[in-house]
Design a protein around this ligand. Structure first.
Ligand SMILES: *[C@@H]1O[C@H](CO)[C@@H](O)[C@H](O)[C@H]1NC(C)=O
Ligand SMILES: *[C@@H]1O[C@H](CO)[C@@H](O)[C@H](O)[C@H]1NC(C)=O
Length: 205
């Protein structure tokens, strides 16, 4: 009785409280400054400028290449809840299935064409063939990939709703981290020979 009575009083309070907590976890934490400057040093316009992508577009990579601009590369992003990545896809290359645990990804295809897809929590696959100029949103925390099926390179940039979105590569997180062969064989309903074969394949360029 007592518990139910207390529950009746507190439940209406608890729901908004949980919603607030949920909202707070939905993005990077807010800062109480305009920006986060390096300790004990004053900043000028250069602090807010990133030049690390100069020339990158002129280099044609041999395999899929992601160049990230997160708070690691560009400290001024700290506290601003945003980051970028530049993607270069040679003909036939893929960005293998992966997850960004801390942010949605908003991709803009600058040139070429891409097949993109993500899988939601009901295991429904959503795919699209993008042409240059198209944009695609990968919802936060869901497995997604990109594939350039054409014989010409493709280039895309993505914005992320976090200064440090994080990347969990599905193949490497599972097969390149030392999880026991027996466990993986059972998980994938196969044998340890196949698990070893996948492992060694992933280590090739
Ligand atoms: C920053 O300045 C404070 C006060 O002037 C000083 O105590 C502290 O050691 C400085 N920290 C660094 C990393 O220089
Ligand atoms: C801006 O700050 C950087 C690093 O503190 C310094 O090297 C540079 O000379 C400054 N630029 C100007 C125009 O003051």
């Amino acid at each position: 009785m007592t518990l139910n009575f207390l529950g009746l009083i507190f439940f209406p309070l608890l729901v908004p409280a949980l919603l607030i907590i949920n909202n707070a976890l939905a993005s990077d934490p807010d800062i109480i400054y305009d920006y986060v400057s390096p300790q004990n040093s004053s900043v000028n316009g250069s602090f807010f400028t990133y030049t690390g992508l100069r020339g990158v577009l002129h280099q044609i990579p041999q395999s899929f290449k992601a160049t990230k601009v997160t708070l690691v590369e560009f400290p001024a992003l700290n506290g601003q809840s945003i980051s970028y990545a530049l993607f270069q896809y040679p003909a036939g290359s893929i960005n293998p299935p992966h997850i960004h645990p801390r942010a949605a990804e908003f991709l803009f295809l600058v040139s070429g064409s891409l097949q993109v897809g993500f899988v939601d929590t009901t295991r429904t696959l959503y795919t699209q063939n993008l042409q240059s100029g198209d944009m695609f949103i990968f919802p936060k925390g869901l497995i997604h990939y990109q594939y350039n099926p054409q014989s010409v390179p493709a280039t895309a940039i993505s914005a992320f709703g976090s200064a440090n979105a994080g990347t969990v590569s599905i193949p490497h997180s599972i097969f390149s981290t030392g999880i026991d062969d027996v466990i993986l064989a059972k998980a994938f309903k196969t044998d340890t020979y196949t698990v070893k074969k996948i492992r060694s394949g992933l280590n090739k360029p």
